[in-house]
Design a protein around this ligand. Structure first.
Ligand code: IDP
Ligand code: MG
Length: 169
């Protein structure tokens, strides 16, 4: 009886831990880098309580960006989007935590900064949809695709922050 209860309890803990390990792909776009907003954007995610598990500074090729934005390839703004995104260095990152994908999107604000609420990153820091400073995955499936596209398995680091027990109950 006690063994069964302990087993059920450990399964419940596993589910909670798995939820806390949701990962999202966030990237400071070239305009965010040029405008000196890398630290500010990292700070938002750090202060929220999400865990940084991967980060790099890189100048991406058009080929990589065509893959990254393959869902949008038929859109009229696609060539301009790839040109903008490959116009300078970017800072791709992976952040981990409970509901990281959905909460990450909420923290970014709407795609068009004109519709992003004050308090969101885009709402506070940019003006036009074609210069919206930061990318965030729109689903767990896209996050997994994007993480695999920008990082090798070894570049994503599992670790336990000292404050974890003060972020999750
Ligand atoms: P998201 O970045 O909020 O997920 P998506 O619809 O996936 O938005 O579009 C990807 C990116 O393409 C946007 O962040 C923005 O930089 C750019 N984009 C989207 N719509 C337009 C547009 O109408 N004109 C110019 N650029 C656009
Ligand atoms: Mg998108």
């Amino acid at each position: 009886m006690i063994a069964t209860l302990l087993y059920a309890f450990s399964l419940a803990i596993d589910v909670i831990m798995a939820e806390q390990r949701e990962r999202t792909f966030i990237m400071v776009k070239p305009d965010g880098v040029q405008r000196g907003l890398v630290g500010t954007i990292i700070n938002r995610f750090e202060q929220k309580g999400f865990k940084l598990v991967a980060l790099k500074f890189t100048w991406p090729s058009e080929e990589l960006l065509q893959k990254h934005y393959s869902d949008l390839s038929s859109r009229p703004f696609f060539p301009g989007l790839v040109k903008y995104m490959s116009s300078g260095p970017v800072v791709p990152m992976v952040w981990e935590g409970l509901n990281a994908v959905k909460t990450g999107r909420q923290m970014l604000g709407a795609t068009n900064p004109a519709d992003s609420l004050p308090g969101t990153i885009r709402g506070d820091l940019c003006i036009e949809v074609g210069r919206n400073i930061v990318h965030g995955s729109d689903s767990v499936e896209s996050a997994n695709k994007e993480i695999a596209l920008w990082f090798t398995e070894k570049e994503v680091i599992g670790w336990t922050p000292a404050n974890e027990k003060w972020v999750y109950e």
